[in-house]
Design a protein around this ligand. Structure first.
Ligand SMILES: [Zn+2]
Length: 398
């Protein structure tokens, strides 16, 4: 029997690993916290992991889609051309970025999460969906005359910030995956309740074959349902659909997290400044919005300004300003006052960081965690600006 206990422990460990989602360090995600179940947001850089990847552990007991990724576009595009320079989040070295003007583009292709231009890999996006969307945007802008390109790029940026569309897409997703969710719950109950009970009651030798047939039947059912929903949500990604469906049949524990596999990419093309307020609580959202805004309007702006004049810098700044304009409008729609000061923790605190709101009692001019941000002194504040953090007006997913 001890071998079967060991097998059960391995199955549980594999299941927890399946709940872990590995994200590129530039990515953001919203996920349901284990046990609590509440949605929270995090940048992959702030999560445990390796130099290039961060791991988010979503709630193992939530099977209705416990994680969504929302990446800032890892490239910049302007009416003149595009660059692989990442401006948001800042901290990248432009020396390794490439630039190409639209006049130089002859051929745009998508290949396994990469966008290839003129036969050469230009953007490594690590996601078929991101690559498809980026390719569609580049092709659309490329086909337009110069004077119409600004409006086309701005319209796509605006769509990536569309709060109502994000809420509608998430609601439709919950509706479309309802049957799949219940099948996943059945898969969870079968694997972790029915199988151990039968093994204990009738003994492994008498029951293992029937249990294996049941497990295979359940995972195949989930894989078929997954295939159908995936085809509706991601019609242009047949390769991903087949690979994931087959992997679920071959590895039944993975099928229990099938809805996560669908939810992860659902809002990925949308900006985190729009996704986080829809998915997370107002308090969490305000902290994330504050941080993202200072990165975009402060750190990224300074980094681009510090570069020598070049097509990359010009393209990056044009794109940054377009994103900044949309981010500002989104903050207005949310009613999010990200500049409001925190309440003083105690009277000895003399200043605070406007990005992370950590308070300081010495005369340090800069925040320890945000080196490019100047601290704000409490006594310099207008009385009307003081007080508790404001709340957002967008309802969260719950
Ligand atoms: Zn700070």
């Amino acid at each position: 029997m001890s071998e079967w206990v060991l097998l059960g422990s391995v199955a549980a460990a594999l299941y927890v690993l399946e709940c872990c989602v590995w994200l590129d360090r530039n990515a953001w995600c919203c996920f349901q916290i284990p046990v609590k179940g509440a949605w929270t947001a995090a940048s992959a850089a702030s999560l445990p992991g390796t130099d290039g990847l961060g791991a988010a552990l979503s709630d193992p007991f939530r099977l209705s889609g416990a994680i969504v990724e929302c990446d800032p576009w890892p490239f910049a595009i302007s009416p003149d051309g595009l660059t692989s320079e990442v401006i948001f989040p800042p901290g990248h070295n432009a020396r390794y970025s490439e630039y190409i003007s639209f006049e130089q583009i002859d051929l745009i292709e998508v290949q396994f999460g990469d966008v290839r231009i003129n036969g050469k890999t230009f953007l490594q996006l690590g996601s078929s969906l991101m690559a498809e969307n980026a390719s569609r945007l580049i092709q659309g802008v490329h086909a337009l005359p110069l004077q119409e390109r600004s409006a086309a790029i701005a319209a796509e940026v605006s769509r990536s910030f569309d709060l109502s569309a994000i809420k509608r897409r998430w609601s439709a997703f919950r509706r479309d995956t309802r049957v799949l969710k219940w099948c996943s719950i059945a898969g969870f109950a079968y694997t972790f309740v029915v199988v151990p009970t039968c093994l204990f009651w009738w003994g492994p030798l008498q029951s293992w074959l029937w249990l294996a047939v049941g497990l295979f039947g359940l995972s195949t059912t989930i894989a078929i349902l997954f295939f159908r929903v995936h085809a509706r949500l991601y019609p242009t990604l047949p390769y991903d659909r087949w690979v994931q469906s087959v992997s679920m049949v071959l590895f039944p524990i993975a099928s229990i997290r099938s809805v996560d596999r669908l939810s992860r990419e659902l809002l990925r093309w949308n900006n985190p400044m729009a996704v986080v307020p829809v998915m997370c609580s107002p308090e969490d959202s305000l902290a994330v919005l504050r941080r993202l805004w200072f990165d975009l309007s402060g750190t990224a702006k300074e980094e681009i300004a510090s570069q020598p004049s070049s097509p990359i810098a010009k393209c990056s700044e044009w794109f940054r300003q377009t994103i900044e304009g949309e981010a500002e409008a989104t903050l207005g729609r949310l009613g999010a006052d990200i500049f409001r000061s925190p309440s003083q923790d105690d009277p000895s605190m003399t200043s605070y960081c406007p990005r992370c709101q950590v308070q300081y009692r010495d005369l340090t001019p800069k925040c320890a965690d945000c080196p490019s941000i100047d601290l704000v002194r409490f006594e310099n504040l207008d009385r009307r600006e003081g007080g508790a953090a404001s709340t957002l007006t967008v309802s969260h997913a719950g």
